[in-house]
Design a protein around this ligand. Sequence first.
Ligand SMILES: Cc1cc2nc3c(=O)[nH]c(=O)nc-3n(C[C@H](O)[C@H](O)[C@H](O)COP(=O)(O)OP(=O)(O)OC[C@H]3O[C@@H](n4cnc5c(N)ncnc54)[C@H](O)[C@@H]3O)c2cc1C
Length: 241
Amino acid sequence: MTAGSRPIAFCSTAIRALASGLLGPAATTVARQTLKAERSLSAQVWAFAAKSAGVDLVHHNVFFCAGPKAEFDDLHAGRPPRAPTIYLCAQDRGLPDAPPERERFEIILNAPPLCGLSHPSEEFAPCQTRTFLTLARFGLRFDPLPEAFALTTPGRFERLFPASLGSLYGQSPHAMMAAFQRPTARTPIAGLYLAGSGAHPGAGVPMATLSARHAAEAILSDRTLTSTCPQTAMPGGTSTA
Ligand SMILES: Cc1cc2nc3c(=O)[nH]c(=O)nc-3n(C[C@H](O)[C@H](O)[C@H](O)COP(=O)(O)OP(=O)(O)OC[C@H]3O[C@@H](n4cnc5c(N)ncnc54)[C@H](O)[C@@H]3O)c2cc1C
């Protein structure tokens, strides 16, 4: 299989979809390590508008849990942390204009990716209780509380990005050489290149952008090497002052 005469860059968090066969059997030779590699974390993400009270929020806020070891023990056991650390982005704070009465908020809680384990994180009510009871203990209240459609779960991330297992950052970055085990830009399929947070060097907008640069450099270099135009001497001279 080739990707045709024009190079294609497959840009995605879910490069694992290729090896999984979701883009056809010929693409299963690409990034095969993603099938066996441990996945990075997923998350439960709330996006909603509400009035807040009780805490003087800034743009970025982190509410740390009392015991990070217990939080990560829960994640390794495949369940959402019972006592989570909560990141809250008050998107209308820190801007030149005063925030509206009903502000936009994004809340992120770490969650395990889907690994065939039972996944209580799919349930709206427990997640709502865990999130907003924890914040209430810090004195922070919201009115109204967000409804189910405001919550994105690991299962919903998997549905949005099939074969990702809900994992937000591709392969797990946890090991000395993990960054070097990620898929690189070139693939066994001529003309098909990988970019995005599932590729080397890693997740996050700056890293995904770097991977796009690697893919662009690979495309330019390969097209130069495979040029079908024969080298030739140019007629004429060079005009110099
Ligand atoms: C909740 C959350 C918060 C984050 N916060 C940060 C942060 O603060 N800072 C940071 O640096 N990173 C953050 N990240 C990570 C960052 O968003 C990702 O690492 C980065 O966006 C990955 O870029 P990408 O191009 O690989 O994938 P994406 O940004 O996911 O882009 C893939 C694109 O492909 C499109 N697409 C998918 N399937 C198809 C299809 N079949 N046909 C056509 N188009 C398709 C999608 O709609 C999407 O636009 C966050 C991620 C999440 C989930």
